[in-house]
Structure formats: structure tokens, C-alpha cells
Design a protein around this ligand. Structure first.
Ligand SMILES: Cc1cc2nc3c(=O)[nH]c(=O)nc-3n(C[C@H](O)[C@H](O)[C@H](O)COP(=O)(O)OP(=O)(O)OC[C@H]3O[C@@H](n4cnc5c(N)ncnc54)[C@H](O)[C@@H]3O)c2cc1C
Length: 304
């Protein structure tokens, strides 16, 4: 409800799935592009997939480059908790729609400036997304400390008592998922408890916290992580050090843009390089699809 929920705040409705919604009178997407371009799209998360679909609809030639062995990017992570079935539907739909576009899709291929130079595209869309933040806190590489995606994808398992570090959406979703499996889960964060997920749309916020309560997840704000130890996490709280004992710790401390290649390509050709989605700013699916769509329009307005 990140897009449609805006109407409750007196703002125009937007849509993560359909970036055209609300812009119907402004866009000219019904006619195919006047000048066909050869475009390389780097990364196949929602930004790269949306860009590929819109570019192909407009008649451009597209080479979609993805370093992993599958399309989807972080949609695989955004949909990994058991109760996000609608997100899995969206992921699968986007993958199918992208495969049907007729774009050349190169999987298992990491794009570099050399690869771009070799293909000589007219424009490059950089949709390289983001990486999980793993701060250099003592003990973070310990055996009992796990990154959220490793736990949720079943690559690593956790014991009965778990501390989740990070009171954002992904931390809370994972906490609910683990608590529903019968685990004793506490979520900690530096910010006060009442600020956890404070930017979520109100209905989504209420629904999430209802599930947090129902699942028995405990929330503890105002706790700065000092160290990870074999028996738990040491936090500083109200000026005091305390050890929260647990079997395992899950890290959900956010993401940072993967924009090294974007900077390199922008420096070489700023007019024909478009940075979209999380690579531009860590955000959400609506931002990814919106920036992808806008970038196509911007590219075409430059060539008309
Ligand atoms: C756990 C979790 C839950 C989330 N839940 C939600 C939610 O409920 N709602 C919501 O709106 N958003 C959610 N998000 C955020 C959302 O998933 C991201 O904002 C979105 O996926 C960003 O899309 P993107 O296309 O910019 O990048 P990504 O989805 O990160 O995709 C980037 C792709 O680029 C590829 N890549 C990177 N570098 C290269 C390279 N050099 N060459 C080739 N390929 C490369 C990567 O392998 C990846 O496939 C969640 C995120 C996480 C982590």
C-alpha cells in the first residue's frame, strides 16, 4: 500500500506494480519510440525488469545482464518469509513478463565497464541494487551470527532463542516468521521502540504490529550493539552494558547501494547512463519501477 495508501494523506495514488498509474495524461507510451536504441540494462531486480519491459514495448533493442543465475534480484529476499505469497506472485509475474519481452538475457554475467564497451550500447541502465550492511562490530563473523537472507532462504539454521538486530521492515518480518515457528524472538535497535517501521503506511503498520504482538515477538529499542559473543549480544542501554543471552543472532541492519559501476559509467558517459532503483537510492519496489519507467521517458526525450 506504499502507492495507493497515499490517498489517505491527500496525495495522488501511485502503484509499485504499474508505474503508469497516475501519470496517464502525461505519458506517451502508447506509440512506439521514434528512434530505436540499443540499450544495456544491468541487473534484473524490479528496476531492471521493469526497464526491460518498457524498453521492449517501446521497440528498443535490450541486452539484460544479470550476474546471478536467475532473474528477480532482491525480490527473492523480499518474498522469502512464508506469509508474503503475494510478493512471490509479483516476483514470478515479473520474471515471466521479462522473459517474454524478447530481450537478450545474459545470466551468470557480471557487467563491467569493459563488457559495456564491448557491446557499445547507445544507453546503459544501471540497476545493480544494493548489498546487505554488515558493520564491523566485534564478533560479527561468529558462528552464531547470521545474515537475515541466509536464515530465511534456509542456508543457515537458528536455535530456539533468537535476537534479531534491526527494527526495520525486514527485521520485523523475519522476527514474526521465526516466532511463528515457535522460537523466542527479541528485536533490538538503537532507535526507540515506537520508531520501529515508523515510515510504513498506517494500514501496513497496524497489520505488521498486530502480527508482531500475536506471534509474541519482543521489541527492545534504545539498544546499541557493542559486541557479539558466543552466548549472545552485548548492548549498551540507558548508559549500561547488558548481555542479551540467546542461541543465535540475525543481522537485519539494512542495505547500501551497489553503485561502483554506476559511478564509473556515469563518469565516462553521463548523458547515456541512467541509474535506477536501489542503485540510485535504497528504497522499495515502487521507487525501483518508477525510476525505471522515468528513465525510459528521459532517454526518449533526449533523442526525439
Ligand atoms: C528482506 C527484504 C524485504 C523487502 N520487502 C519489501 C517489501 O515488502 N516491499 C517493497 O516495496 N520493497 C521491499 N524490499 C525492497 C526491495 O526488494 C528493493 O527496493 C528492490 O528489490 C530494489 O530493486 P532493484 O531492481 O533496484 O535492485 P535489486 O532487487 O537489488 O536487484 C539488483 C540486481 O542486480 C544484479 N547485479 C548487481 N551488480 C551487477 C553487475 N555488476 N552485473 C550484473 N548484475 C548485477 C544483482 O545480482 C541483482 O539481481 C525488501 C528488501 C529486502 C532485502
Amino acid at each position: 500500500m506504499d502507492g495507493c495508501g497515499r490517498i489517505f494523506h491527500g496525495l495522488p495514488a501511485r502503484c509499485a506494480v504499474n508505474p503508469e498509474l497516475g501519470y496517464e495524461t502525461e505519458v506517451r507510451l502508447l506509440q512506439s519510440a521514434a528512434q530505436k536504441k540499443k540499450v544495456m540494462v544491468i541487473g534484473s531486480g524490479p528496476a531492471g525488469m521493469e526497464a526491460t519491459q518498457v524498453l521492449r514495448e517501446r521497440g528498443h533493442e535490450v541486452i539484460l545482464v544479470e550476474k546471478s543465475d536467475t532473474l528477480g534480484g532482491r525480490l527473492h529476499d523480499a518474498s522469502m518469509v512464508s506469509f508474503k505469497g503475494l510478493m512471490r506472485n509479483y516476483r514470478d509475474y515479473m520474471i515471466r513478463a521479462t522473459q517474454k519481452t524478447g530481450a537478450t538475457i545474459l545470466l551468470n554475467t557480471e557487467a563491467t565497464k569493459e563488457l559495456v564497451d564491448r557491446y557499445q550500447p547507445d544507453a546503459v541502465f544501471v540497476a545493480t541494487g544494493s548489498n546487505y550492511i554488515k558493520p564491523p562490530i566485534p564478533g560479527i563473523d561468529g558462528e552464531h551470527v547470521h545474515m537475515l537472507a541466509d536464515v530465511e532462504h534456509g542456508r543457515e539454521t537458528v536455535g530456539g532463542k533468537v535476537v534479531v538486530c534491526g527494527g526495520g521492515l525486514s527485521g520485523l518480518e523475519t522476527a514474526v516468521d521465526l516466532a511463528r515457528q515457535g522460537k523466542d524472538v527479541t528485536v533490538i535497535d538503537m532507535i526507540p521502540t515506537e520508531k520501529f517501521c515508523a515510515n510504513l503506511f498506517m494500514f501496513a503498520y497496524d497489520a505488521l504490529f498486530m502480527e508482531v504482538k500475536k506471534a509474541g515477538v519482543k521489541l527492545q529499542g534504545g539498544s546499541r550493539i557493542v559486541e557479539f559473543r558466543e552466548n549472545g549480544v552485548v548492548v549498551e542501554r540507558n548508559g549500561q552494558l547488558e548481555t542479551m543471552t540467546c542461541d543465535d543472532v540475525v543481522i537485519a541492519l539494512g542495505l547500501k547501494s551497489e553503485n561502483k559501476l554506476a559511478k564509473e559509467l556515469l563518469a565516462a558517459d553521463p548523458m547515456n547512463t541512467y541509474v535506477i532503483g536501489d542503485a540510485d537510492k535504497v528504497n522499495n519496489i515502487r521507487y525501483a519501477t518508477r525510476t525505471a519507467y522515468d528513465a525510459v521517458l528521459t532517454m526518449e526525450s533526449r533523442i526525439l
